[in-house]
Design a protein around this ligand. Structure first.
Ligand code: ADP
Length: 190
Protein backbone atom coordinates (compact mmCIF):
# COMPACT_ATOMS: atom_id res chain seq x y z
CA UNK A 1 0.00 0.00 0.00
CA UNK A 2 1.37 3.42 -0.95
CA UNK A 3 -0.14 6.29 1.01
CA UNK A 4 0.61 10.03 0.82
CA UNK A 5 -0.02 12.41 3.74
CA UNK A 6 -0.79 15.93 2.58
CA UNK A 7 -1.44 18.97 4.75
CA UNK A 8 -0.06 22.31 5.95
CA UNK A 9 2.69 22.55 8.54
CA UNK A 10 1.21 21.77 11.94
CA UNK A 11 -1.66 19.67 10.55
CA UNK A 12 -0.52 16.70 12.60
CA UNK A 13 1.16 14.73 9.81
CA UNK A 14 4.02 13.50 11.99
CA UNK A 15 1.73 12.35 14.81
CA UNK A 16 -0.69 10.58 12.49
CA UNK A 17 2.14 9.12 10.40
CA UNK A 18 3.39 7.23 13.46
CA UNK A 19 -0.07 5.74 14.12
CA UNK A 20 -0.64 4.82 10.49
CA UNK A 21 2.74 3.13 10.09
CA UNK A 22 2.25 1.12 13.26
CA UNK A 23 -1.30 0.06 12.40
CA UNK A 24 -0.64 -0.85 8.76
CA UNK A 25 3.03 -1.85 8.94
CA UNK A 26 4.13 0.84 6.52
CA UNK A 27 7.59 2.36 6.30
CA UNK A 28 7.47 5.98 7.53
CA UNK A 29 9.18 8.11 4.93
CA UNK A 30 9.40 11.68 6.20
CA UNK A 31 11.40 13.90 3.86
CA UNK A 32 11.63 16.52 6.62
CA UNK A 33 13.16 14.02 9.09
CA UNK A 34 15.65 12.79 6.49
CA UNK A 35 16.70 16.32 5.58
CA UNK A 36 17.05 17.37 9.22
CA UNK A 37 19.19 14.29 9.77
CA UNK A 38 21.48 15.31 6.90
CA UNK A 39 21.89 18.72 8.53
CA UNK A 40 22.60 17.21 11.93
CA UNK A 41 25.28 14.94 10.47
CA UNK A 42 26.71 17.86 8.49
CA UNK A 43 26.83 15.85 5.25
CA UNK A 44 27.37 17.42 1.80
CA UNK A 45 23.61 17.53 1.29
CA UNK A 46 23.16 18.84 4.83
CA UNK A 47 25.48 21.77 4.18
CA UNK A 48 23.65 22.64 0.97
CA UNK A 49 20.14 22.61 2.44
CA UNK A 50 20.58 24.06 5.92
CA UNK A 51 19.85 27.68 5.06
CA UNK A 52 16.98 26.71 2.73
CA UNK A 53 15.18 24.69 5.40
CA UNK A 54 15.80 27.29 8.07
CA UNK A 55 14.22 29.90 5.79
CA UNK A 56 11.13 27.73 5.25
CA UNK A 57 11.77 27.29 1.52
CA UNK A 58 11.67 24.05 -0.48
CA UNK A 59 14.83 22.04 -1.04
CA UNK A 60 15.59 21.46 -4.75
CA UNK A 61 13.51 18.82 -6.52
CA UNK A 62 16.71 17.10 -7.65
CA UNK A 63 17.89 16.41 -4.10
CA UNK A 64 14.42 15.27 -3.05
CA UNK A 65 13.87 12.95 -6.03
CA UNK A 66 17.26 11.30 -5.46
CA UNK A 67 16.31 10.60 -1.86
CA UNK A 68 12.89 9.29 -2.88
CA UNK A 69 14.32 6.92 -5.50
CA UNK A 70 16.70 5.45 -2.94
CA UNK A 71 14.12 5.10 -0.17
CA UNK A 72 11.48 3.58 -2.43
CA UNK A 73 13.82 0.96 -3.88
CA UNK A 74 15.11 -0.07 -0.45
CA UNK A 75 11.80 -0.17 1.40
CA UNK A 76 9.22 -1.28 -1.09
CA UNK A 77 9.80 -4.97 -0.60
CA UNK A 78 10.55 -4.88 3.12
CA UNK A 79 7.21 -3.58 4.35
CA UNK A 80 3.52 -3.66 3.67
CA UNK A 81 4.15 -0.41 1.82
CA UNK A 82 5.32 3.16 2.38
CA UNK A 83 3.76 6.24 3.92
CA UNK A 84 5.01 9.41 2.23
CA UNK A 85 5.01 12.22 4.77
CA UNK A 86 6.07 15.56 3.24
CA UNK A 87 6.40 14.35 -0.35
CA UNK A 88 5.39 15.29 -2.99
CA UNK A 89 5.36 18.97 -2.18
CA UNK A 90 4.87 20.57 -5.59
CA UNK A 91 3.61 19.61 -9.06
CA UNK A 92 7.06 18.79 -10.45
CA UNK A 93 7.68 16.38 -7.57
CA UNK A 94 4.24 14.85 -8.12
CA UNK A 95 5.03 14.29 -11.80
CA UNK A 96 8.44 12.79 -11.07
CA UNK A 97 6.81 10.57 -8.44
CA UNK A 98 4.18 9.42 -10.92
CA UNK A 99 6.88 8.49 -13.43
CA UNK A 100 8.97 6.70 -10.82
CA UNK A 101 5.97 4.62 -9.70
CA UNK A 102 4.97 3.94 -13.31
CA UNK A 103 8.41 2.47 -13.97
CA UNK A 104 7.98 -0.06 -11.19
CA UNK A 105 4.30 -0.67 -12.06
CA UNK A 106 2.95 0.84 -8.86
CA UNK A 107 0.52 3.61 -8.08
CA UNK A 108 -0.58 5.72 -5.13
CA UNK A 109 -3.42 3.96 -3.32
CA UNK A 110 -4.53 6.90 -1.24
CA UNK A 111 -3.74 10.56 -0.53
CA UNK A 112 -4.88 11.62 2.94
CA UNK A 113 -5.47 15.36 3.03
CA UNK A 114 -5.24 16.50 6.66
CA UNK A 115 -6.94 19.86 6.72
CA UNK A 116 -6.84 22.51 9.47
CA UNK A 117 -7.57 26.24 9.85
CA UNK A 118 -4.77 28.76 9.45
CA UNK A 119 -5.22 30.05 13.02
CA UNK A 120 -4.82 26.57 14.37
CA UNK A 121 -1.60 26.12 12.32
CA UNK A 122 -0.04 29.14 14.02
CA UNK A 123 -1.18 28.04 17.48
CA UNK A 124 0.20 24.52 17.08
CA UNK A 125 3.56 25.53 15.62
CA UNK A 126 4.13 28.06 18.40
CA UNK A 127 3.56 25.27 20.90
CA UNK A 128 5.89 22.93 18.98
CA UNK A 129 8.59 25.63 18.83
CA UNK A 130 8.75 25.52 22.62
CA UNK A 131 8.62 21.72 22.83
CA UNK A 132 10.95 20.63 20.01
CA UNK A 133 13.24 23.60 19.38
CA UNK A 134 13.06 23.37 15.58
CA UNK A 135 14.82 26.32 13.89
CA UNK A 136 12.08 26.66 11.27
CA UNK A 137 9.29 26.88 13.86
CA UNK A 138 9.46 30.63 14.48
CA UNK A 139 6.82 33.13 13.39
CA UNK A 140 8.76 34.65 10.49
CA UNK A 141 9.75 31.31 8.94
CA UNK A 142 6.33 29.83 9.61
CA UNK A 143 4.84 32.57 7.45
CA UNK A 144 6.98 31.51 4.50
CA UNK A 145 6.25 27.81 5.10
CA UNK A 146 2.52 28.55 5.00
CA UNK A 147 3.00 30.64 1.83
CA UNK A 148 5.01 27.83 0.21
CA UNK A 149 2.30 25.34 1.17
CA UNK A 150 -0.49 27.47 -0.29
CA UNK A 151 1.39 28.27 -3.49
CA UNK A 152 3.31 25.07 -4.23
CA UNK A 153 1.73 22.19 -2.34
CA UNK A 154 -2.00 22.90 -2.16
CA UNK A 155 -2.50 22.51 -5.97
CA UNK A 156 -1.80 18.81 -5.38
CA UNK A 157 -5.20 18.57 -3.67
CA UNK A 158 -6.96 19.23 -6.99
CA UNK A 159 -4.59 16.90 -8.86
CA UNK A 160 -5.25 13.94 -6.59
CA UNK A 161 -8.96 14.74 -6.41
CA UNK A 162 -9.05 14.38 -10.20
CA UNK A 163 -7.16 11.10 -9.94
CA UNK A 164 -9.78 9.96 -7.42
CA UNK A 165 -7.32 8.99 -4.71
CA UNK A 166 -7.89 11.97 -2.39
CA UNK A 167 -9.53 11.54 1.02
CA UNK A 168 -10.10 14.62 3.13
CA UNK A 169 -9.60 14.18 6.87
CA UNK A 170 -10.61 16.84 9.38
CA UNK A 171 -7.42 17.58 11.29
CA UNK A 172 -9.21 19.83 13.81
CA UNK A 173 -10.57 16.88 15.80
CA UNK A 174 -8.72 15.14 18.65
CA UNK A 175 -5.65 13.06 17.77
CA UNK A 176 -7.64 9.89 18.57
CA UNK A 177 -10.58 10.84 16.36
CA UNK A 178 -8.35 11.88 13.45
CA UNK A 179 -6.62 8.53 13.79
CA UNK A 180 -9.95 6.64 13.83
CA UNK A 181 -11.11 8.48 10.73
CA UNK A 182 -7.87 7.67 8.91
CA UNK A 183 -8.20 4.01 9.88
CA UNK A 184 -11.73 3.91 8.43
CA UNK A 185 -10.38 5.11 5.10
CA UNK A 186 -7.33 2.85 5.02
CA UNK A 187 -9.26 -0.26 6.13
CA UNK A 188 -11.20 -0.05 2.88
CA UNK A 189 -8.02 -0.05 0.82
CA UNK A 190 -5.77 -2.42 2.74
P1 ADP B 1 6.28 20.68 7.98
O1 ADP B 1 5.39 19.92 7.07
O2 ADP B 1 5.80 20.70 9.39
O3 ADP B 1 6.61 22.05 7.47
P2 ADP B 1 8.52 18.90 7.31
O4 ADP B 1 9.31 18.22 8.37
O5 ADP B 1 7.69 18.05 6.43
O6 ADP B 1 7.69 19.98 8.11
O7 ADP B 1 9.50 19.76 6.38
C1 ADP B 1 10.42 20.70 6.91
C2 ADP B 1 11.18 21.40 5.78
O8 ADP B 1 11.93 20.42 5.01
C3 ADP B 1 10.32 22.12 4.74
O9 ADP B 1 9.97 23.41 5.15
C4 ADP B 1 11.28 22.12 3.52
O10 ADP B 1 12.27 23.10 3.66
C5 ADP B 1 11.96 20.76 3.62
N1 ADP B 1 11.25 19.71 2.85
C6 ADP B 1 10.60 18.63 3.37
N2 ADP B 1 10.07 17.88 2.39
C7 ADP B 1 10.39 18.49 1.22
C8 ADP B 1 10.12 18.22 -0.16
N3 ADP B 1 9.40 17.15 -0.54
N4 ADP B 1 10.61 19.09 -1.09
C9 ADP B 1 11.34 20.15 -0.73
N5 ADP B 1 11.63 20.46 0.53
C10 ADP B 1 11.16 19.66 1.51
Amino acid sequence: MLVVLLGPPGAGKGTQAKNICKNYKLFHFSTGDILRNEIEKNTEIGKKIKSIINAGQLVSDEIIINIVEKIVSINLKKNNGILFDGFPRNLDQANAFHELLNNIEKKIDCVLHLSIDKNEVIKRIKKRAVEENRKDDNTEVLKSRIDVYLKETSPLIELYKKEKVLKKINGMETIENVSLNINKVLDLIN
